[in-house]
Each structure stands twice: as structure tokens, then as C-alpha cells.
Design a protein around this ligand. Structure first.
Ligand code: ATP
Ligand code: MG
Length: 270
């Protein structure tokens, strides 16, 4: 759903520097992974070279793209420098390239905790890929104050805060915003913060109220596009493909195309 229509932008006209987005929130289940997968699909469908990195030990983005990293490198080995990012790339459905996640990512917090500059590991690891991809989406775990999310925030141009339009959602988003601000202050690095409303159902009063509160709180930082609730997205998760392959004409595919349009039109974060 969009509040205002956006003109389509030709991918070829965009700057060819990789734009990196961290999907984050302090509240679990806010639509981070769903947004990461289908926004990646929408960007790939318009011809952009898209890399998705699954930084969540739950590995839902990896499963949602029918991949696994049991016997191959995952984001952990990229973060620790055991494997080059280039050697951890998987071809995923919908033209997306994936660096998979795995349960062993949970070890990162402990392994890197005492290392100097551990928050900058992902940024350093991704530098060699800057010419290879147009967009890089980082799917973060539910905790915004952990080392994995800190790495994503340091590595990105834009933090995409996904906020479910349901009860208590705004509190989670504000907490995440606080953590993002703290991380940025410590890093002296300034990605922009943008907010996307998810699981929107206009029939529900709570959803309409939360959307209005989000507009008041985040202003220009809120995308016009709200991702509507859609059973098709749950089906896509089960099928392990982006919505653009499962149901290209669905409202969900339209929403992610509109979000991709908005991203294409926004300047890259500082
Ligand atoms: N727009 C939507 N319509 C319907 N269901 C959705 C939508 N967005 C997400 N969901 C469902 O809500 C659940 C949580 O979504 P998702 O996994 O994307 O959240 P998350 O923020 O990544 O969660 P976590 O914090 O556990 O990583 C999933 O079952 C997903 O299929
Ligand atoms: Mg997730």
C-alpha cells in the first residue's frame, strides 16, 4: 500500500556503488526477514545485483530462500575472517545472492567479545564486494543491542527499521532507535534511519492508529509504502521463494515493488 505513488526509476540510472541496508528492530517478529527476502526479490526483479546476508542464528532468511549452510561457509566464517565474503556466496531463487546464516552464528558474540574492533568485522569483510553488487541487505537478529546487529549498523548506509503495525510495536521501534543512535554515536558513522510499516491491515483500528503514530514520530523517515498483511507472504516462506516468483501480481509483490521504487529514489545514507 502506498500513500503516494512514486515514478519508476531505471536501475541503470542509479549510482553503481553498493548500497547497504540493515533490517533491524529490537522487537522480534516485526517483519525484518520478510522484508529482507522480498525487498531483495523486488530489487533483483528490476535488474539490480542484490546480496542478502543472513546475520540471524535462526537462519530464517536462509530457510526462506531454500538454502542451508550445514556444510558450507555461513556469515559467521565471513565475520571471523576465516572465509572471504566472495567464497561464501550462494545463488538463491529470484536472482538473489545469499550469504547464509546458521545456528553457529550464535558463537560470534562470545568469540568476538574480547576482540578489538569486533563491531567493524562485517564492514571490513564487505569492502571487496562493493563493485560486485548494487544492493546489500543485512537481516539482523531480534536483539538490536548485540554484536551481530552492531556489525550490521556499522556496515550499512541505511538502517531500515521494520515496525509491525500492532500493539506495543512502537515501543520496540523506539527502543531500537535509541540503540541505533547509541551505536552510531560510538562509531562516529552516520547511516540514515528509515522506517517501514509492516503487517498493515487497514480494517484494524490498532493498525491505523499505529500507522498514524508512526507518521507523527518518524515523519519523512517513514516510507510511504506500508507492507500489508498477506497470507501469500506466509506461503512464500513455506515455498522458500521470494513473492515475485510465487505470486508476481499479488498485493504483497506490489508492496515490495513500491518499496523498492522508494529506495531507488532516496539518496544513499551519508
Ligand atoms: N506482511 C505480512 N503479512 C503476513 N505475515 C507476515 C507479514 N510479514 C511477516 N509476516 C509473518 O510474521 C512472522 C514474523 O515475520 P518475520 O520473520 O519477517 O519477522 P522478524 O522480524 O524477522 O522476526 P525475528 O525477530 O524472529 O527475526 C513470520 O511468520 C512471517 O511469515
Ligand atoms: Mg528474522
Amino acid at each position: 500500500m502506498t500513500r503516494a505513488s512514486s515514478p519508476r526509476t531505471d536501475a541503470a540510472n542509479q549510482t553503481r556503488r553498493m548500497r547497504t541496508y540493515a533490517l533491524a528492530n529490537h522487537k522480534g517478529g516485526s517483519g525484518k526477514t520478510t522484508t529482507a527476502i522480498h525487498l531483495a526479490g523486488a530489487l533483483a526483479a528490476r535488474g539490480r545485483r542484490v546480496l542478502l546476508i543472513d546475520l540471524d542464528p535462526q537462519a530464517h532468511a536462509t530457510l526462506g530462500l531454500s538454502c542451508e549452510a550445514e556444510d558450507s561457509p555461513c556469515a559467521l566464517e565471513v565475520l571471523t575472517g576465516e572465509v572471504r565474503a566472495l567464497d561464501a556466496l550462494h545463488a538463491a531463487p529470484g536472482g538473489i545472492t545469499l550469504i547464509p546464516g546458521h545456528a553457529r552464528l550464535a558463537e560470534f558474540e562470545e568469540r568476538a567479545a574480547r576482540e578489538l574492533g569486533a563491531e567493524g568485522a562485517l564492514r571490513r569483510a564487505l569492502a571487496p564486494l562493493a563493485e560486485r553488487f548494487d544492493d546489500c541487505l543485512l537481516d539482523c537478529p531480534p536483539r538490536a543491542d548485540g554484536l551481530l546487529t552492531a556489525n550490521a549498523i556499522r556496515a550499512c548506509d541505511t538502517v531500515l527499521l521494520t515496525v509491525e503495525t500492532g500493539a506495543f510495536a512502537l515501543q520496540g521501534a523506539l527502543k531500537a532507535q535509541e540503540i541505533v543512535d547509541e551505536t552510531l554515536a560510538a562509531a562516529r558513522h552516520a547511516p540514515e534511519l528509515r522506517v517501514v510499516a509492516t503487517m498493515f491491515d487497514r480494517r484494524l483500528r490498532i493498525a491505523r492508529e499505529v500507522l498514524i503514530a508512526m507518521q507523527a514520530r518518524f515523519g519523512e523517515r517513514l516510507f510511504d509504502t506500508a507492507i500489508r498483511s498477506s497470507a501469500r507472504l506466509r506461503e512464500a516462506a513455506g515455498a522458500g521463494v521470494p513473492i515475485q516468483l510465487l505470486a508476481p501480481r499479488s498485493s504483497a509483490a506490489q508492496d515490495f515493488a513500491a518499496l523498492a521504487d522508494e529506495l531507488a529514489l532516496s539518496p544513499v545514507g551519508a
